[in-house]
Design a binder for this molecule. Structure first.
Ligand code: NAG
Ligand code: NAG
Length: 462
């Protein structure tokens, strides 16, 4: 069941620095050399074009030739794409500005807009009109970023992830229909499948692409594995060194076509192993589906009836008293919590990504956020941590009665179980944490934009 992804980019990595960024031409290292000659060539071209015009020779046949010449002189047109990520905890708009070279159609990314609104689309399950309004506010941001004359040539898509996947189908469909109505009136280029629930496979492949593209590793031999932790699901995506050796990977392998080569990529979205879905599974352990007042061994006993919303249901979560805890020293019984988390996580890790440990690991989303919020890594230095460091931090936090981060003990315990017991990473395995690379958000949206712009003829041949 292999599916081919066309993501025609090589390592045309945006250059360092903030704001408007420039790269050298088409990333082939020929920028700058010809700048002196450009002006005189330009004059020549203009004269030729004028002459052809005068003699009526400019036809459709002649234009590709002229386009080639023009592009050799650094000429390219601007191409935009607007992607809305309807995630389980928030909606985001990512609008990209590319230069499309006339010569080889290659896209060079140079500007990006990122805006987020909370809560996510799925929390408007009973009120699709308000849900669509939350998306309209993001669309307005894209309108302000993209000049009006480009709207009709700019693809606009909304892809929803685990939040909507977990809703009853009719509620999800009502929300998507409300967004479809909004998009139909938008003046952007909206395809028939522009608004949909995204497949977990697309999500994994597109984020893997984004990470490796921004790291400049697409044309290298060993791409980084991409680990994405969302609210409802978690994605593991990497290019196994020797996929034939691991038959269980077979169903999960896909071919990614970049402009420099084809890469075989494993990806799987583990539904239910998102951070919020895992909290829900652990907090409600031993309760019936209607119970909303719950006590958990993974929450400190000082926490009493803390409101926590999941899937539009409000829960009152309290910590459970335990033998290790006392009034003077309230603690979570770390070992009990750890065992419970393992029992909830392990059955869902199928297939197990055995050979993930062979690859450099780049992690983002909640892996990054929880590492920052718990002080595991420094927000300015950013950085690198290890599987063991997540476990140690979890143990440390579970022993502190922290009223402000009542679920941090659980969150870190879960992350460490996922990485160590779930994905089979060793204690000393380095985890590189990212939110942005060179000023660009790590998101599946960039890969999605490349996919739309390079596989849809409409954008490719204009
Ligand atoms: C995009 O194209 C414009 C005009 O052709 C040029 O000034 C700009 O430097 C290009 N940017 C990149 C990143 O190639
Ligand atoms: C939480 O509230 C319920 C009633 O709504 C009460 O029975 C229970 O004792 C409370 N739990 C704690 C830990 O205060």
């Amino acid at each position: 069941m292999r599916y081919e992804y066309k993501l025609l980019a090589s390592d045309d990595k945006p250059s360092q620095g903030g704001g408007n960024r420039r790269t050298n031409g088409n990333g082939n290292g020929r920028g700058g050399v010809t700048s002196g000659l450009k002006l005189s060539f330009l004059c020549l071209i203009i004269s030729v074009v004028l002459l052809l015009f005068v003699f009526g020779f400019v036809s459709d046949n002649a234009s590709p030739y002229l386009a080639r010449l023009a592009s050799k002189l650094g000429y390219s047109k601007v191409q935009y794409a607007a992607i809305i990520d309807a995630g389980s905890t928030g909606s985001r708009v990512l609008a990209y500005k590319f230069n499309r070279s006339f010569i080889d159609n290659k896209l060079v990314l140079y500007e990006e807009l990122f805006r987020e609104r909370k809560p996510g689309l799925s929390s408007f399950a009973d009120n699709p009109a308000d849900g669509a309004h939350s998306i309209k506010l993001l669309l307005d941001e894209a309108r302000a970023f993209i000049p009006k004359e480009h709207w009709s040539s700019t693809p606009l898509v909304l892809k929803a992830t685990a939040g909507l996947r977990l809703l009853p189908q009719s509620k999800a469909e009502n929300l998507l229909n409300a967004v479809r109505d909004l998009f139909a009136k938008s003046e952007f280029s909206v395809d028939i499948d522009a608004v949909e629930i995204m497949d977990g496979t697309d999500e994994g492949i597109f984020s893997w692409f984004t990470v490796n593209f921004l790291l400049g590793r697409l044309s290298k031999t060993n791409q980084a594995a991409a680990l994405d932790l969302g609210g409802g699901s978690t994605q593991v995506t990497f290019s196994p060194t020797d996929p034939e050796q691991v038959p269980v990977y077979d169903k999960y392998m896909h071919e990614v076509v970049t402009s420099s080569k084809k890469i075989n990529v494993f990806t799987h979205s583990y539904l239910g192993l998102g951070l919020m879905a895992a909290r829900h599974a652990v907090f409600t352990k031993g309760y019936s589906a209607e119970d909303t007042v719950v006590e958990s061994v993974c929450v400190n006993p000082i926490i009493a009836n803390r409101t926590w919303t999941y899937g539009n249901v409000k829960y009152q979560v309290s910590g459970k008293e335990n033998a290790k805890s006392s009034a003077e020293q309230p603690v979570v019984d770390f070992d009990s919590c750890l065992e419970l988390v393992k029992s909830k996580v392990m059955p869902l890790v199928k297939p197990k990504p055995f050979t993930l440990k062979q690859h450099a690991v780049a992690a983002f989303s909640y892996y990054f956020e929880r590492a920052i919020e718990s002080g595991l890594v420094d927000p300015t230095a950013g950085g690198e941590t290890t599987v063991e460091a997540y476990r140690k931090k979890a143990q440390e936090i579970c022993a502190i009665p922290n009223d402000e981060q009542p679920f941090m003990c659980f969150d870190l315990t879960f992350i460490s179980v996922l990485l160590r017991e779930g994905f089979g990473l060793n204690d000393n395995k380095k985890i590189k944490l990212y939110k942005k690379i060179d000023g660009h958000e790590i998101s599946w949206a960039l890969g999605c934009a490349y996919n739309v712009l390079t596989s849809d003829e409409k954008f490719n041949n204009s």
